[in-house]
Design a protein around this ligand. Structure first.
Ligand code: ZN
Length: 223
């Protein structure tokens, strides 16, 4: 991709705002390193090792389907980072709520599914609203942990939009928790990452959490 891999920062760290980059930056996937043939062979060996009989019409193509499914789950779509000048000097929170999150836990390679609430206080430029969902997808479609995903989305916005503040909350159910192990069906994990004014100013932070919780059952608690 055109951006360097983002370093992982501790949650809620403060980072200095960087210069706004050109508005037409394109975020593209790296050249595909997916070897579907090798992945299919490995999936077949994996299933056989688990005692799954692949000698049926229904299961014969399962290793190939597994390979393609995981390749898709690990490949975010490319997108253009469209930004607009903040001509109206809008200085209130911009929030996209309940953006779908579909990712894969890197510890068990099982999905975790939920929503992200992403908000920022605009600076000189405003990001196209649909791009917030693309940024979530950019970091979700890879082997991931929820804490890092949350932080990477916040860091990306801080670096590319140079806002006055950023807030990201992710609520997700991890199938590795609900289908195995403790069997905690329905339990969700909440993570948050804050930058700038949303981290430093109590009133801004409270407004952000109130807005993302409005009309939802219960409040989102700041992790
Ligand atoms: Zn897991």
């Amino acid at each position: 991709m055109t951006t360097a891999p983002l370093p992982v920062h501790r949650l809620n760290s403060d980072r200095p705002a960087q210069a706004v980059r050109p508005p037409a930056l394109r975020v593209v996937n790296p050249p595909s390193e997916v070897d579907l043939i090798a992945a299919e062979q490995a999936a077949a060996a994996f299933l056989v090792a688990l005692g799954v009989d692949l000698n049926s019409e229904s299961l014969a193509a399962t290793p190939a389907r597994m390979a393609r499914a995981y390749a898709e789950m690990f490949t975010p779509r490319s997108f253009d980072v469209t930004t607009f000048g903040n001509d109206a000097a809008y200085d209130e929170l911009i929030i996209a709520r309940s953006i779908p999150v579909q990712s894969v836990c890197e510890h068990h390679l099982l999905p975790f599914l939920g929503v992200a609430h992403v908000g920022y206080l605009p600076g000189e430029r405003i990001l196209g609203l649909s791009k917030l969902a693309r940024v979530v997808e950019l970091f979700a479609r890879r082997p991931q942990v929820q804490e890092r995903l949350t932080q990477q989305v916040a860091d990306w916005l801080q670096d590319h939009v140079a806002p006055g503040g950023v807030g990201v909350v992710v609520e997700a159910e991890h199938l590795c928790m609900t289908m195995r192990g403790v069997g905690a069906s329905g339990a969700t994990t909440v993570t948050s990452a804050l930058h700038g004014q949303l981290r430093n100013d109590a009133a801004s932070r409270a407004e952000f959490f109130a807005l993302i919780s409005a009309n939802q059952q219960g409040a989102v608690h700041h992790a």
